[in-house]
Design a protein around this ligand. Sequence first.
Ligand code: GRE
Ligand code: ZN
Length: 327
Amino acid sequence: MDGKIGLEEHFGTADFLHDSEGVVPADRWDELKSRILDIHDRRLRLMDEYGMEMMILSLTSPGIQEIPDAPTAIETARRLNDYLAEQVAKRPDRFQGFAALPMQDPDAACVELERCIGALGFRGALVNGFTELGADREALYYDMPRYRPFWALMEQLGAPFYLHPRNPLPRNAGVYEGQEWLMGPTWAFGSETAVHALRLMGSGLFDEHPGLAILMGHLGEGLPYSIWRVDHHNAWAKAPPKHKAKRGLRDYFQENFYLTTSGNFHTPTLMCAIAELGADHVLFSTDWPFENIDQAALWFDAVDMSEGDRRKIGRTNAQKLFKLGGD
Ligand code: GRE
Ligand code: ZN
């Protein structure tokens, strides 16, 4: 279909380019690097060729989240958000932006969020999982009480928050020792991000801020398949839930979460996501430059589904959620 909108579409700059060593074979690094640095050339040609009207661009992972020094994180986020705004200004009909945020300092994250949504016209924020802070690299998850004012602001601005994956810290990755092939998009990204999303749901965040919209990539990092069991395990024992949330977590998953197809171009998985959340809460994305636009688009365009659902997932859900306007 024409007019598709992509929401997990990354860029980097020459001085802020994460070496994604191990993600692709060493002899493919030059190719990945050139894909990630480019915005207006090959990327746009591929979008034209495969029916993508727009990408909401985001900084590559782990981005600002792996800078342990808060002042450096704040300065770097500002600089890269300014760079993104300049790129968007060249083709606002084809590119929009997600804010990168210095979550190391929740007050500074609020200031940068307001600047990005207000002055720069960005559509939301994309954050790469937990944030590292300080010399001992404390891992900060956003269910922590210090982030409640940040979430209040997100809700007030009506801006969606994309929870993008990152790897766990080495000290929390013991289960992968000697099995490094499981890191990254193979498995560790999804597992880490699904737990983070469950932490948000279980914290009562969505009781306090029911207007929040959280996006997750990769068709929900396994959660559509697993969420029922989170609420219903050992039901005969009638033990009350141990989390702080008022309702079953599946309720929040269905109401506050939106899933994209990024990097997960598999029809049974898409059907599971639609069955759990409904076609209004699933949105097309590619995960360029780590995945291919042609593969994402050719798959999505051919999925056996109603044209009404294809239009929602490919385009109109994103227009509504991000207030993009258009037909
Ligand atoms: C992604 O965004 O999916 C991604 C990264 C880094 C490495 C591999 C990958 O951000 O798929
Ligand atoms: Zn991604």
